[in-house]
Design a protein around this ligand. Structure first.
Ligand code: SF4
Ligand code: MG
Length: 453
C-alpha cells in the first residue's frame, strides 16, 4: 500500500493528496481514499479502483481542509472490498480520527480477539482496524502517548499516517520494514511512503522517518519523539528489488541505483555470451541496464509493455493474473529474431511471467534465451505486507534450479546470490526473509498465511 499525509491550511490539501496518491499508484490499485479535516470534522472519500477512477474533480476542488491523509491499497489481509478501503475513520471520545496503514501486523488475530472479548466491534477485516481501536482506547491525554502505548502492543510491519484534531502523525514500526519519509513544501511538512510523491507536488525530501519514531506535523512545524527503540533495522529488500518506484530514495538508498548495482553484481556472477540484453519492463529495466553496461552487451527493448494495464501480480486471482500476463507484454520481433538473448527480470514468484515470456521470445525467433533474475530465489512467504504468495505457490520452494529452468523453458537460468544482493544494497541491514527465512519479527504461530477473515 501507499500512504500520504500533510498539514497545510493555506493549501489545497485534498488536491495535493490526490497528486501524491497518483505518484504512489504502483503501491496499490485495488482502492484509494482521502480523509480531509478542517480541524473538527473529517470528510472521507474512498472507492474501489485506481486513483483516477475514485476521485472526481468536484471532490478534488473541495476547499477548506487544513490537513489530509490518503491511501492506495493492495490487499494482504482482508479481501478486496470497499469496507476494507482506507483511510479508516472513527468517532471517539476525543472527536474524530483517521488512519492509513502500509504493512502487515503479525499479531492482529490475537489483538482482535482480545479487543472483541472486551466489547470492541469491527467493521472491516483488515488488521489496520485494531490499530485505530487501540489508539482510541489508550487515548487519555496526548495522542502521541496513546500511539506509544499502541506500538507496545503491535507486532509486525506498519507505516502509519494518522489524522487527528489539529495534527498529522507519521509512525514507523521499530524495524522500519515499510518506508516512510518526510517532505517539505514551503513551511509545511508532508509524510509519505515514497519520495516520488514529494517530487510530484514540488516538495523536497527532508529525511526518512526513523524506525520506531513518531513524527508530528502541525501548525508549529515538525516534531519528533521516540516511540519504541529499534531492536534491529530490517527495511524490506523487496522495496528495492521490485515494489518501489525507481525514482524514489528509501532510507538513503536510491531505488534505481540499487537496481543497477544488482545488475552489475549479476554481471560479475554470471557473464553470458549473448548478442543483446533485454529487460522485462518495467521492473527489470534498471538491472538490465546495469548488466548491459558492465559487460558491454547492447541493451535493447525486446519486450513492449501495454501501458494501460496495471501490475499483473496485483490482480487477486490466479486466473486473472494469467490473462493479464498475456495482455501485458509483447515481443518486438525485429529486435529479437536470430539473437542470443539475455532477459532480465527482478524476481520470479510463481513463475507465470517468466514461462510466458520465454515462450514469447522463442515465438519471435530468439536463438537462445537466458533468464537472469536480479534477486535470489523467493523461498519463503512474506508476513510483512508484500504479497509474495504462500509457500506452496512459490516455484522456488517447490522446484530446484534445474526444475525451474525447465519449467520456464529457458536455455539457462541464474539468480543473483544473497551476497550479491547485500553488496548492491550497501551497509544497512535489511530484511531478506523471503530469501533466507530469517524473519526479523516473529511470524504468526498459526500457519495459515493470514489469520482472520
Ligand atoms: Fe520484504 Fe521479503 Fe522481508 Fe517481506 S520477507 S519484508 S518481502 S524482504
Ligand atoms: Mg515485473
Amino acid at each position: 500500500c501507499g500512504i500520504f499525509g500533510l498539514y497545510a491550511p493555506e493549501l489545497e490539501v485534498s488536491r495535493l493528496t490526490y497528486y501524491g496518491l497518483y505518484a504512489l499508484q504502483h503501491r496499490g490499485q485495488e482502492s484509494a481514499g482521502i480523509a480531509v479535516s478542517d480541524g473538527r470534522n473529517i470528510d472521507l472519500h474512498k472507492g474501489m479502483g485506481l486513483v483516477s477512477e475514485v476521485f472526481s474533480d468536484r471532490i478534488m476542488s473541495q476547499t477548506g481542509g487544513k490537513m489530509a491523509i490518503g491511501h492506495v491499497r493492495y490487499s494482504t489481509t482482508g479481501s478486496s472490498l470497499l469496507a476494507n478501503a482506507q483511510p479508516l475513520v472513527v468517532h471517539y471520545q476525543n472527536g474524530m480520527m483517521a488512519l492509513a496503514h502500509n504493512g502487515n501486523l503479525t499479531n492482529a488475530a490475537e489483538l482482535r480477539e482480545e479487543l472483541s472479548k472486551d466489547g470492541a466491534v469491527f467493521q472491516t477485516t483488515v488488521d489496520s482496524e485494531v490499530i485505530i481501536n487501540l489508539i482510541a482506547r489508550y487515548r487519555r491525554g496526548c495522542l502521541e502517548d496513546a500511539v506509544t502505548k499502541t506500538m507496545m502492543d503491535l507486532q509486525g510491519a506498519y507505516a502509519l499516517v494518522i489524522l487527528a484534531e489539529d495534527k498529522v502523525l507519521g509512525v514507523r514500526d521499530p524495524y522500519g520494514v515499510r518506508p516512510l519519509c518526510i517532505g517539505q513544501l514551503g513551511e509545511r511538512y508532508i509524510l509519505t511512503s515514497e519520495s516520488c510523491a514529494l517530487d510530484s507536488i514540488g516538495a523536497r525530501l527532508v529525511r526518512d522517518v526513523e524506525p520506531g519514531e513518531i513524527v508530528t506535523i502541525d501548525e508549529q512545524g515538525l516534531h519528533s519523539r521516540p516511540g519504541l527503540t529499534s531492536p534491529r533495522k530490517a527495511g524490506c529488500a523487496f522495496e528495492y528489488i521490485y515494489f518501489a518506484r525507481p525514482d524514489s530514495t528509501i532510507d538513503k538508498i536510491n531505488v534505481s541505483e540499487a537496481r543497477r548495482r544488482m545488475g552489475q553484481e549479476l554481471a560479475a556472477e554470471c557473464p553470458i555470451r549473448a548478442d543483446i540484453v533485454i529487460p522485462v519492463p518495467d521492473s527489470g529495466r534498471a538491472a538490465a541496464l546495469g548488466y548491459s553496461h558492465a559487460l558491454g552487451i547492447p541493451f535493447e527493448e525486446g519486450l513492449i509493455k501495454n501501458r494501460y494495464i496495471g501490475r499483473t501480480f496485483i490482480q487477486p486471482t490466479q486466473e486473472m493474473r494469467e490473462i493479464a500476463v498475456h495482455l501485458k507484454l509483447n515481443a518486438n520481433a525485429s529486435v529479437i529474431r536470430g539473437k542470443r538473448v539475455v532477459m532480465i527480470d527482478d524476481s520470479i514468484v510463481r513463475g507465470t511471467t517468466s514461462s510466458r515470456l520465454v515462450g514469447i521470445l522463442r515465438g519471435a525467433g530468439a536463438e537462445e534465451v537466458h533468464l537472469l533474475i536480479s534477486s535470489p530465489p523467493v523461498l519463503y512467504p512474506c508476513y510483512y505486507g508484500i504479497d509474495t504468495a504462500e509457500r506452496e505457490k512459490l516455484i522456488a520452494a517447490q522446484l530446484d534450479l534445474e526444475g525451474i529452468r525447465a519449467y520456464v523453458g529457458a536455455d539457462s537460468l541464474h539468480y543473483l546470490s544473497q551476497e550479491g544482493l547485500k553488496r548492491a544494497l550497501g551497509e544497512e541491514p535489511v530484511c531478506l526473509a523471503c530469501f533466507n527465512g530469517d524473519y526479523p519479527i516473529e511470524i504468526p504461530a498459526n500457519k495459515g498465511k493470514y489469520d482472520f477473515e
